[in-house]
Write a protein that binds this ligand. Sequence first.
Ligand code: CMC
Length: 377
Amino acid sequence: TATPEIRRGLAGVVADTTAISTVVQDTNSLTYRGYPVHELAAHRTFEEVAHLLWHGELPDATQLRDLQARERALRPLDRTTAELLAGLPRTCHPMDVLRTAVSLFGAEDPTEDDGSPAAHRAKSLTLLAKLPTVVAAEQRRRRGLAPIPPHPDLGYAENFFHMCFGTVPDADLVRCFEISLVLYAEHSFNASTFTARVVTSTRSDLYSAVTAAIGALKGPLHGGANEAVMHMLDEIGDPGRAAEWLDAALAAKRRIMGFGHRVYRHGDSRVPFMQAALDRLVARAADPEASRLATLHAALRQAVLTRKGIHPNLDYPAGLAYHLMGFDTPTFTPIFVMSRITGWTAHITEQLAHNALIRPLASYAGPGQRAVPATAG
Ligand code: CMC
């Protein structure tokens, strides 16, 4: 028999169709439901993009008002959930807290999961609304601070800053954050989305799929890279050391975090828009520390391109941008979750609409068949 072709990491394998997003290779752009993501990031709010991903169209004024009102009402955590999460060890990673939170939301949801799109949309909105409350409480808990309850009069992005810091920064900074949420929202069959689809394909529930997706996103080869970028910049320290550090890291066969991409070979289409937001943050900060980090960031980017010909991915500018917005490094990947929850849940609904159990084959490479010895000796 012919040896089956193996595509390790499913590289280049087309696993199904999707109508949610695609990378247009010719123009090196990403579209959500046909709209270029950079245009959405420039002109639309994250709530509008959530509606687009879930329903296929941008909301009209009434639909947007409805989504905003329901999202704002769903933000608070119930007391038991808040207490259970506050009781987790303070040393655990916020992604572990978030994964546990979604698991708890699933256990507490009294509604029947009938697998209908309407039921899924209600659960998706619940997660969209509650995840920032968990992330903000965690950003504060790690600093020994009490949580700040959500503010029902503030938009999604503003409310997150309010819950983290007790203040809302000016509109330009909030806009930079919102751009990152729009750019992070969806990216076709990436590892965490595919994980959510695998779980859904067994007809398991939405919370189980999202819990698994959070686990997949946590890894440094995926969403965990935005935190790893900051750790790497901290490790290098001096911009003058970037090239020398890179040579040593490459010699040690280390992966350079925030660089490379499975789908984009000539640069991640989202990077220029996030980089522009980062440049704005650096300019507004106007302090020596922000300038040092920006110089180091640019020097490393140039060195990686020169030495390896590898371009940065979205996590590279996003990591430093979140630092300059005042978030602690362990909050970066949870922010990615707050955004990607929209893409995950859109894919969960799509998977169910034309479900096929996801169950590939493996080419066996273990020992040939053999007899079990009669005794342990
Ligand atoms: N640092 C050093 N070498 C790299 C990197 C990198 N970041 N990315 C790719 N390469 C090299 C790799 O070593 C390999 O070289 P060789 O053929 O000599 O062994 C070649 O480029 C091809 O790499 P690959 O591993 O076959 O490519 P892949 O498609 O499996 O990997 C990736 C994609 C994202 C896992 C990888 O680029 C990587 O590890 N990047 C660092 C982690 C990171 O930034 N992840 C975020 C991904 S994008 C946004 C997101 O999901 O959050």
